[in-house]
Design a protein. Structure first.
Ligand code: SF4
Ligand code: SF4
Length: 166
């Protein structure tokens, strides 16, 4: 596993972003044959190549959505009520979802890129970047959002395109 080369990621993204988005738009409607079997295989390859601790860009530039269960679990960790926790750290977005007030995430340790609440982190963080969770057609739009920030998502889409001649 190699450290994420962020400069290279940005360079490749600027070269290929339009083509990757076209592929995602197309396959969201008409998925390549066998893609739902291919994605878990590609996801495993990606995780052998990408070291998230050398990146943490999702924690620096994006925010998780906090569910009521997250709120309960994380506030308990800090001996707070869910309401106290919410007022201290969270705000509502335009969809009424609870998200972080600030970025980078207040729980990211910037010295080592580790999550300081890893054991109780939001479910959204635990599942991120959702490379092969469900059917491709249900998740292509997530990749479309994440590809600008997440080198693992970029690599996943790159591999899928290569394997499906997309
Ligand atoms: S809670 Fe932890 S994993 Fe989630 S964004 Fe914050 S630092 Fe990252
Ligand atoms: S999930 Fe993506 S953005 Fe987050 S640390 Fe890993 S490679 Fe970086």
């Amino acid at each position: 596993m190699l450290p994420v080369n962020f400069r290279l990621f940005k360079k490749k993204l600027s070269e290929n972003r339009s083509a990757f988005r076209r592929f995602l738009n197309k396959t969201e409607k008409v998925p390549p044959r066998g893609i739902d079997n291919l994605t878990p295989v590609m996801a495993r390859e990606v995780w052998q190549e990408v070291d998230c601790l050398s990146c943490a860009n999702c924690c620096k530039k994006m925010t998780p959505t906090f569910t009521p269960a997250d709120l309960k679990r994380i506030s308990r960790h800090f001996n707070q009520t869910p309401d106290e926790f919410r007022k201290q750290w969270l705000r509502k977005d335009r969809n009424n979802d609870l998200i972080n007030k600030t970025e980078p995430c207040q729980f990211l340790n910037l010295q080592n890129n580790k999550c300081s609440i890893y054991e109780v982190r939001p479910a959204d963080c635990a599942g991120f970047p959702h490379l092969s969770k469900r059917k491709w057609t249900d998740y292509a739009y997530i990749h479309k959002q994440n590809i600008d920030y997440c080198p693992a998502t970029y690599k996943m889409v790159e591999k899928i395109i290569a394997r499906t001649n997309g």
